[in-house]
Design a protein around this ligand. Structure first.
Ligand SMILES: Nc1nc2c(ncn2[C@@H]2O[C@H](COP(=O)(O)OP(=O)(O)OP(=O)(O)O)[C@@H](O)[C@H]2O)c(=O)[nH]1
Ligand SMILES: [Mg+2]
Length: 428
């Protein structure tokens, strides 16, 4: 799972990235602070309870394990994640984030960082556009006082740039490519589009979907090589929607009133997207304070508590800063970033979590680690699809799978359930 953070310069993309990945990157109040993309991993809670809770229950019932005590550091979890962690049966799964340079009008023609920036987004499953909800920076990201820019305009230009980028990729070989599809119809057109766009991560299903929507809206459009510029742009826009579904973080919400982003929210909802008001700066401050041991904060929540160390060690200005942060969070219902990311991954991209294991009795890998992996897969993924998600060889050699909960054999085409624990049998 890979998600790109995009938007005009100076809106808080890197602040969002830094907060979520808990890494240090350059952040500053002027445009083009970021040039080379930052790539990192954030961890989000799986919405389903980790299956290690079931293992614990069985072991407790058998008398092999004492019930977890209140001071259990892991809140009862007994899995051994290879990466990430599990606490109180909340398993964290990885999402890769890409924080790119700011995009300015004309980027597809090479302005700003131009197309280089766009190719940094290539393999992303979705994009989160960070907008300056306070409207206090112009379209180029220069601080210009409130009312400098309307968040809706900021969104519209980004959507246009992305479509223009895709159109540009197709333009070079449009006539040659579409003539080739003349005799074979839509299917060949889909194949050609897929060929052109596989470099930016488009798959066949996405291309087919985009073409279908385009044709539904535009019947009898004639030969593609005679299409108007508007038609080509419309197809590019549909392709963009399919390949890079776009969601919006109305950032710097701490400086703004909701009225400022209402129009954008309505537009985004109309397009089937999602907008969440965020305050990246607050999330960053929370993560830093938590890392320093001053507060206990569960990412995504709208409250935090001072730790004993915090009660003792905070300076007066730090305490005042945290009081203000607490006010802000209660006003906004949290910093918004984590709920936005979770909603994008689980609700909109329809991801579920699967746990491949080698030993279906003990739910372990070859080294005896309990439930070592938690993989995000798209709802509807089959047992064989999971095998491919683990490794191409495992997919190619797939024989059958076992549902580790029931010990039942499941076939290649069986669709997995959320939280499935699966042993894959394959030829090696
Ligand atoms: N008030 C407020 N300021 C924020 C928030 N998020 C970021 N900022 C500030 O906005 C400025 C720009 O933040 P960056 O994260 O560098 O923005 P960017 O979008 O990565 O900018 P470029 O890399 O130049 O495109 C910095 O001064 C941040 O401290 C927020 O939620 N609220
Ligand atoms: Mg940046």
């Amino acid at each position: 799972m890979r998600i790109g953070l995009v938007g005009k310069p100076n809106v808080g993309k890197s602040t969002t990235f830094s907060a979520l990945t808990e890494t240090t990157v350059e952040i500053a109040n002027y445009p083009f602070t970021t040039i080379e993309p930052n790539v990192g991993v954030t961890w989000i809670a799986s919405p389903t309870i980790c299956p290690c809770s079931e293992l614990r229950a069985v072991r407790e019932a058998d008398g092999r394990l004492e019930p977890a005590t209140d001071d259990d550091e892991r809140g009862g979890s007994i899995c051994q994640p290879n990466t990430g962690s599990c606490n109180g049966f909340t398993r964290l799964v990885p999402v890769t984030l890409v924080d790119v340079a700011g995009l300015v009008p004309g980027a597809h023609e090479g302005r700003g960082r131009g197309n280089q920036f766009l190719s940094d987004l290539a393999a992303c499953d979705a994009l989160i556009q960070v907008v300056d909800a306070s409207g206090a920076t112009d379209l180029e990201g220069n601080p210009s006082g409130s009312g400098a820019c309307d968040p809706l305009a900021e969104h519209e230009f980004l959507v246009d740039e992305l479509a223009a980028w895709i159109e540009g990729i197709l333009a070079g070989s449009w006539n040659k490519g579409t003539r080739r599809t003349q005799s074979e119809g839509d299917r060949a057109m889909g194949e050609w589009l897929h060929e052109q766009l596989s470099g930016i991560g488009a798959d066949e299903i996405q291309v087919t979907q985009a073409l279908a929507v385009f044709h539904q809206r535009n019947r009898d459009v004639g030969n593609p090589w005679q299409w108007s510029a508007e038609l080509k742009r419309e197809l590019a826009d549909e392709l963009r929607k399919a390949v890079f579904p776009l969601f919006v973080a109305a950032n710097k919400a701490d400086l703004a009133e909701p009225a400022l982003w209402e129009a954008l929210e309505a537009r985004v909802a109309e397009e089937g997207g999602l907008l969440v008001a965020t305050t990246a700066e607050s999330e960053l401050a929370l993560r830093r304070a938590a890392k320093a041991g001053l507060i206990a904060y569960v990412p995504g929540e709208s409250e935090f508590e001072l730790t004993a160390a915090g009660e003792e060690g905070l300076t007066a200005p730090q305490r005042q800063g945290l009081d203000e942060l607490a006010d802000r969070l209660s006003r906004l219902g949290g910093s918004g970033i984590v709920p936005l990311l979770s909603a994008v991954v689980y609700d909109r991209l329809e991801q579920i979590v699967a746990h491949p294991v080698q030993d279906e009795t003990h739910w372990t890998d070859g080294d005896g680690r309990v439930l070592p992996d938690a993989l995000l897969i798209k709802r509807g993924t089959t047992a064989k699809g999971l095998a491919y998600a683990v490794h191409t060889d495992l997919g190619d050699g797939f024989i059958r799978a076992t549902d580790a909960r029931t010990s039942r054999i499941i076939g290649a085409e069986h669709e997995l359930e959320d939280g499935a624990v699966v042993k894959i049998h394959a030829k090696t």
